[in-house]
Design a protein around this ligand. Structure first.
Ligand SMILES: NC(=O)c1ccc[n+]([C@@H]2O[C@H](COP(=O)([O-])OP(=O)(O)OC[C@H]3O[C@@H](n4cnc5c(N)ncnc54)[C@H](O)[C@@H]3O)[C@@H](O)[C@H]2O)c1
Length: 400
């Protein structure tokens, strides 16, 4: 089967990672036709006019929705999904608060789903998605692409072989550039809706589980409010403490503060101290500095590009080839959506995805929704500790 793929949303993540990955899979015959549905015709037109796509994927294109007019069409994706034959693939790449509606619409029309992180904003919604997908025998994969970075897979394998001992104390950092404050962020990432831990902290919380298998048990988040250029207020600096089920503690710092003049698009990394066999174990990943130091002359600029997330390389032949874990992550999820179609037992196949834990599914990554819920409750209550409860009705509560 070569499925048809619809991307809902035509913003940054679609430009930087999703659409070029799809074009490359299409070129290899892994998927069939591609469609992109945004709110505005101008958004999809910009994708059509992109010079990098013309250079990398000559002769390839996608079906654009809407394809004319100026007015926003927020419900158009529902019509487009309704017209798709069942058991194709929908990729949800819209702002976080719209994920639930897009994912549920796709499932109710019997489409497999790949959703950018975070799947949804509450554990309750993820339970609903899990049940709908299970009932219909569909794959839902959450796109936490750091999982497909080989260093994460190496750490996971070695941790689970016992080479590091047991995780005890850790620090993770992900600071985006200062200039993010000028962008659309100032309209939605405000104190009442979100904060920098909710937006980017989830990556390293997810990785600690991915590597260790531990579940987060409680969360407290201290936030510092700051003003955006438009006067809105956001928690633009956050310091989170995540306690894990074995008593380990991960400190996660996030902000929109990395100097605009600094090399790279952000600064990020994780350090995990472990213990075992009467010795200290250590995992330390610099996820921003990956060993490349470039000084360009035209224009003059120092840079530390990452070869690992997403690059276009020339391997001969026509166009360019996307490489990196951004590409591999999309390919990994879509190939699971394709594989379930030829599985002898769909439900057994889906259960094996949940159990393996490489693909993030609603069932095996619900701790991410719980951590986000806990983080919001904590930051709005002066960093009080919030306890996570698992079980049939998972939820969070302030520690008494
Ligand atoms: N590292 C990561 O995993 C990562 C990185 C960036 C973004 N993301 C996630 O990707 C999602 C999108 O982020 P982005 O940076 O691309 O945002 P963006 O603001 O650049 O783009 C959002 C897109 O959604 C479209 N959209 C909004 N409402 C719509 C509707 N009703 N129907 C169709 N399209 C609609 C907009 O037109 C826009 O094209 C977010 O959930 C974000 O958290 C993940």
């Amino acid at each position: 089967m070569t499925p048809q793929v619809l991307v809902v949303g035509g913003g940054m993540i679609t430009v930087d990672q999703i659409l070029p990955s799809l074009y490359h899979m299409q070129r290899q015959g892994v998927i069939g036709s591609i469609a992109v549905c945004a709110q505005h015709a101008r958004t999809v037109q910009k994708l059509k006019d992109s010079s990098i796509f013309a250079m990398a994927f000559p002769g390839q294109s996608f079906d654009a929705y809407p394809n004319s007019g100026d007015s926003p069409q927020p419900d158009l994706y529902k019509e487009v999904i309704a017209k798709m034959a069942r058991h194709n693939i929908v990729i949800a790449a819209v702002p976080d608060q719209l994920h639930f509606d897009v994912v549920m619409t796709a499932l109710q029309h019997d489409q497999h789903v790949c959703c950018v992180k975070p799947l949804v904003l509450t554990a309750r919604e993820s339970v609903v998605i899990e049940a709908e997908a299970r009932k219909r025998g569909l794959v839902v994969g959450v796109e936490y692409h750091k999982r497909l970075d080989d260093r994460s897979l190496m750490a996971r394998q070695k941790y689970r072989q016992g080479l590091f001992g047991e995780f005890r104390l850790g620090t993770a950092t992900l600071m985006e550039k200062w200039y993010y404050r000028e962008s659309n962020f100032q309209n939605w990432c405000t104190t009442e809706h979100s904060d920098t831990f909710s937006y980017i902290g989830c990556h390293y919380v997810d990785l600690v589980h991915f590597i260790t298998g531990l579940l987060p048990a409680s969360v407290s988040v201290y936030g510092i409010k700051d003003k955006y250029p438009n006067g809105n207020e956001g928690y633009l600096w956050t310091d989170a403490r995540v306690i894990w089920q074995n008593g380990a503690c991960l400190n996660v710092q996030n902000s929109l503060s990395f100097p605009d003049s600094a090399p790279g698009t952000n600064t990020q990394g994780i350090v995990m101290h472990c213990s075992g066999n009467n010795a200290g174990g250590l995992i330390e990943h610099s996820d921003q500095y990956r060993g490349l130091q470039y000084s360009y002359v035209n224009p003059a600029q120092y840079a530390e590009p990452s070869p690992d997330y997403f690059q276009y390389v020339d391997l001969g032949g026509e166009g360019l080839q996307p490489v990196g874990y951004g590409y591999r992550s999309l390919e990994f999820i879509l190939k699971k959506c394709i594989a379930v179609e030829s599985a002898a037992d769909r439900q057994a196949f889906l259960a094996s995805l949940d159990a393996e834990g490489i693909l993030a599914t609603p069932a095996n990554s619900r701790y991410n929704e719980l951590v986000m819920e806990a983080g919001r409750l904590s930051i709005l209550n002066n960093a009080r500790e919030v306890v996570i409860e698992y079980g049939p009705t998972p939820g969070v509560r302030l520690r008494a």
